[in-house]
Structures are given as structure tokens and as C-alpha cells.
Design a protein around this ligand. Structure first.
Ligand code: AGP
Length: 562
């Protein structure tokens, strides 16, 4: 039992509002459920005997089952499924056939594991929409929705694809579709170990992941930079240069923080590769009859590789003939397996719900993809080399900024009681303003908004007074002078200015009330530096406000339902 609870705790970061365990022993199934954290479930289970070999959605059907004598204990659709399985199972069908039979009668998304006192050594698991894997141990096998739950026992996993069902026993397992056709599956070795999903002495996973960014960016770039040729090598792209040259338009689709990195990718692609590029919220793109065809490259960005809207947007794009690419961190995730090709971030597991290192690795990966597309077009070898060299220097520059964490912590001390914060940036750093605001909102629950700095005059400037901290992201880039005048406008109205500036920026040193300096780099890479103080600021403010930094309320690390 401890093993199952330990696995659930490792999954807690994914965001659940309740949890439960089913225990098969002495010919019966005991069910334990609790709303809230796993600790509540642990308390609920109290002195449940530790030994057991196995532990784990509608109206029309409910009415029919009720007529056939089934008594329901809840309004949940899931219970309808359980009664359907029970009915088929008690007719003598093996558990796996009963589950398959029940699933053939239902619609919707699910990730389920089923146990029965009649087959105490069997777990039957099935997925449609939600991620699920079988983990192969020695003399034991596991079912989990995420590899981090089983890393203490094995790193050999088999990912279930859409509509697949698995029959798992201690000594063997088999995977089929719902028509009982067996599937040949590959066993994947997870390249993370237990240590990487531990906090490693940090107070929170978020702080650990912020401080890991020099290494995670290095891993994203490893083996991909070709300085001499001024270009990159991308093994997993799975699209020929000829086909990449046929691409006439790029659509980047994603959600949340990944959408913000997509916006930076749009600016890069249009500036360096000169390819028309748009960024689409996946939840909008999937339902709005988008114009994409075989000359469109649709790039889906997702840390988890399981976000339902991004997955559906990519499937829709594929259905309309577009080539699809995934920029994904989780190896073997559904998006990674369904797109035509992709770029893995190799940033390592990101456990904190607030995305940090995945964002900077997404920026590095987008710069690499831009180099690839640009060098196939008009980007010269000299321009290419300049970007490759700047990417090579990036991890060290990131480390320099992170060394200023104590300075940011002092700033957090001053801002922890703010009720609203405005983030402003231009060009490549407008998306950073959005990301800075999101980080503060999602972990400290302070209301914050990000805006293109020039947009301020069209409304938000009305909010400016001495109570409204305004964070400017203002490195010395092509639009720096414009941002300086925006800072003057805020100062003129009594606003309190915090500025992220390039080292030695005298103009903003005079204007800003507080500033955090970052080293110089190419405009397109400044977001990977300017976002770091904003990640730290949100973190330190949230800690001071006693918030649950790693598992903020109402949020899940991977949003697998729409
Ligand atoms: C970011 O901190 C949030 N956790 C959230 O906005 C996240 O970026 C979004 O849900 C997308 O997740 P994905 O990258 O795993 O698809």
C-alpha cells in the first residue's frame, strides 16, 4: 500500500482535487477516497492492512442499468462504467473483455484502471485522451499516468496510445485495442532517474527548476549547434530540407506559458527566416475552421506533451493536410508520438506547476528551429554563426543573472503586499511581460497584467498611481528608446517603476525606482535572460505570502481535459 501512496504523492504535482485507492484482498475490493491532498487519503486509509497483490463516466446507460437492478451511489459518469464492467464481468467474461465491452459503449475521454476481487492479480487499464503507461518491473508491473510515479521501481515503460487497453499482471502484460487485437509495443527507457524528480535540497521544485536553467538550456542545445556552418543539426525533425523549403506559412499553437514562448518564436521566424508566422491559442484554433494546408507547418509547443487543447489542435491541423512539429519536453508523451516530427527540449522533468525552465528551453529550441528554417532561406552563414555563438554563450549568461537572486529577493520583500502589478515590454520582450504576469498570478494569486508597453496609452495608463508597481522589461534592444519614453510616461503619473535593464543602462538607472541588470545578448535571446528575475520575483513573493508554490490552487501541471 505504501508503494501506491508513494506513487500517488509523486503524481500530486499534476494537480488533482481528490484521490482514491482500491485494494483487492481476501476476495473483496476495499475502496478508499478523499478530497484534497494525498495526505488526506493516507489518513482515511489509517490501519489498512499493508499486504495486497493488486491496488486503482452516462444518463441513458444509467437508466438502463437502474432498470436492470443496479443501485448507484453517486452521480458520476465513472460509476456508470463500473456497473457496465461489473455486469459483463459477472456474466463470466474475463475482466479485460468486460472492460473492453463496457468501453465500446461509452464516449468521452478517460484514463482508467480497473481491479476485481474475481481476478486479484489483474489490473486492466485503458486510455482515451488521458495519458497512461505500463511500467515493467522485476516480478512486478505498474500502471501509472506519468513515469515519475514509478521511477523508484523501474525506468522501463510502455506508453498506451489512444483507444488502447492493457491487461497487467505481476509477471506479464499485454496491450490490445478495444476489439482485442494485440499490439506490438516498444519499451521506452525513461532518461530521468529518481534524483531528478526529487527536490534535491531546494525548498521547492520551482526554485530548483529556476536554478537548473543553465544546465537545462545546455541540454536543449547539446549536439545541435554547428558553428562553422552557422546552422544547426536537428535529428528528430523527420522532415527533409526540400519539404521545409516548401513551407509557405508557419502556425504555432499552444497554451499558457508555451503560447508565450510561441509568440517569441513568431518574432524570431519572421525576423530571421522571413516566413509568415502566426501564434494561435490551441483552444481557439481547434474550433475555428482554421486555414491550413500542406504548405503550412503547424508547430505545437507543450512542456508536458499532454495538453488536451494543443493535442486536438495538432490533430485538426494534420486532418487538414498540414505538416506537424512538436516542441515537447516529456519524452514519449502523446503529442511527441502523434506529430510528424519534433524537437525534444531535454530540459529534464518539470515538477513545479509554474513552468520555468521549459520556457527558456522553448526559447532556445525556437531559436534553433529558426536557424534551421532561416539558413535554408536567406539567412547568411555569418548571421547564422552570430546566432549560434550567442546561443553557445547563453547558459553562462543565465547563470550570471541567477546569481542576482538575493537582489530579487529584497525586491520581493517590498512588493509582497501589492494587490495589482502591471508588466510592460516591447518586441521580443512583450511576451516576457505576459509570462512575468502569469507567473505572479498563478503562484502568489496577485492580480497582474502583461501588455505591449505602447498599448498602455490606450487604457491601462489609467491604472497608474503610486500603489501600482509597474515592471518594465527593457533590455538594450532595437526598441529600447521607445521603452524609455514609456517609462517616463509612467513616472510622470507617479507610478513605481521596477525595470529589467541591460548592464550599464544609465538612462533607466536614473528613471527606475528599482532595477535588475542582465548581460547583453542578441535581441532574439534577451527573453531567456529578462524572464529570470521575473520567475524569481514571483517565487519569492509567493513564498512570503505563504502560498503553495509547487502546487498552486486550482492549477494542474498538465491540463489533459478541455
Ligand atoms: C504555466 O506556468 C502553466 N503551468 C500553464 O500555463 C502551462 O504553460 C500550460 O498549461 C501549457 O502546458 P504545456 O506546455 O504542458 O502544454
Amino acid at each position: 500500500m505504501a508503494l501506491v501512496l508513494e506513487g500517488l504523492k509523486r503524481l500530486e504535482y499534476r494537480g488533482y482535487d481528490s484521490a482514491g485507492v482500491a485494494v483487492v484482498h481476501d476476495g473483496r475490493v476495499d475502496i478508499f477516497k478523499a478530497a484534497g491532498k494525498i495526505a488526506m487519503l493516507e489518513r482515511e486509509m489509517g490501519s489498512t492492512p499493508a499486504t495486497s497483490q493488486t491496488a486503482i463516466d452516462a444518463g441513458v446507460l444509467r437508466t438502463a442499468l437502474t432498470k436492470r437492478g443496479h443501485v448507484f451511489r453517486s452521480e458520476t459518469d465513472t460509476e456508470v462504467l463500473v456497473h457496465l464492467v461489473e455486469e459483463l464481468h459477472t456474466q463470466g467474461r474475463p475482466l479485460v473483455d468486460a472492460v473492453a465491452g463496457a468501453l465500446r459503449q461509452v464516449e468521452g475521454t478517460y484514463g482508467i484502471a480497473v481491479v476485481s476481487s474475481r481476478e486479484p492479480e489483474t489490473i486492466v487499464a485503458a486510455r482515451r485522451g488521458s495519458p497512461l503507461l505500463v511500467a515493467i518491473g522485476s516480478g512486478e508491473n505498474f500502471v501509472a499516468s506519468d513515469a515519475s510515479a514509478v521511477l523508484a521501481h523501474t525506468r522501463s515503460v510502455v506508453y498506451l496510445d489512444e483507444g488502447e487497453i492493457a491487461e497487467v499482471r505481476p509477471a506479464d502484460y499485454r496491450i490490445m485495442d478495444l476489439a482485442a487485437v494485440e499490439k506490438e509495443k516498444t519499451i521506452t527507457q525513461v532518461d530521468w532517474d529518481l534524483a531528478t524528480v526529487e527536490r534535491g535540497g531546494f525548498a521547492h521544485f520551482m526554485l530548483k527548476e529556476i536554478m537548473e536553467q543553465p544546465e537545462s538550456i545546455r541540454n536543449t542545445l547539446r549536439g545541435r549547434l554547428l558553428e562553422e556552418e552557422g546552422t544547426v543539426r536537428l535529428g528528430g525533425l523527420n522532415i527533409t530540407d526540400e519539404d521545409l523549403l516548401k513551407v509557405q506559412r508557419i502556425v504555432i499553437t499552444a497554451c499558457g506559458t508555451s503560447w508565450y514562448s510561441g509568440l517569441i518564436g513568431e518574432y524570431m521566424m519572421e525576423e530571421l527566416a522571413r516566413i509568415p508566422t502566426e501564434v494561435e491559442y490551441a483552444s481557439e484554433f481547434r474550433y475555428r475552421n482554421p486555414i491550413v494546408d500542406e504548405r503550412t507547418l503547424v508547430v505545437g509547443i507543450s512542456q508536458s506533451g499532454e495538453t488536451a487543447d494543443t493535442l486536438a489542435a495538432l490533430r485538426e491541423a494534420k486532418r487538414r493536410g498540414a505538416r506537424t512539429l512538436g516542441l515537447v519536453n516529456v519524452v514519449g508523451s502523446t503529442i511527441a508520438r502523434e506529430v510528424d516530427g519534433g524537437i525534444y527540449l531535454h530540459a529534464g522533468p518539470e515538477i513545479g506547476v509554474a513552468s520555468t525552465k521549459a520556457f527558456t528551453s522553448q526559447i532556445a529550441a525556437l531559436a534553433v528551429l529558426t536557424l534551421k528554417m532561416g539558413r535554408l532561406r536567406a539567412l547568411s552563414i555569418l548571421q547564422g554563426r552570430e546566432v549560434v555563438r550567442a546561443l553557445g554563450r547563453l547558459p553562462d549568461l543565465v547563470a550570471q543573472v541567477l546569481a542576482k537572486a538575493p537582489q530579487v529577493e529584497q525586491l520581493a520583500e517590498r512588493l509582497q503586499r501589492a494587490t495589482n502589478v502591471l508588466y510592460l515590454g516591447r518586441g521580443y520582450n512583450f511576451p516576457v511581460a505576459l509570462e512575468g504576469a502569469l507567473k505572479l498570478k498563478e503562484i502568489s494569486y496577485i492580480h497582474a497584467e502583461g501588455y505591449p508597453a505602447a498599448e498602455m496609452k490606450h487604457g491601462p495608463i489609467a491604472l497608474i498611481d503610486d500603489l501600482m508597481p509597474v515592471v518594465f522589461i527593457a533590455p538594450k534592444d532595437a526598441v529600447h528608446q521607445k521603452v524609455v519614453s514609456n517609462v517616463e510616461e509612467v513616472k510622470a503619473r507617479g507610478g513605481r517603476v521596477i525595470a529589467i535593464v541591460t548592464e550599464g543602462d544609465a538612462a533607466l538607472a536614473k528613471l527606475a525606482d528599482h532595477r535588475i541588470e542582465i548581460p547583453e545578448t542578441l535581441d532574439l535571446l534577451t527573453p531567456a535572460l529578462s524572464v529570470l528575475p521575473l520567475q524569481l520575483l514571483a517565487y519569492y513573493i509567493a513564498v512570503r505570502r505563504g502560498c503553495n508554490v509547487d502546487q498552486p490552487r486550482n492549477l494542474a501541471k498538465s491540463v489533459t481535459v478541455e
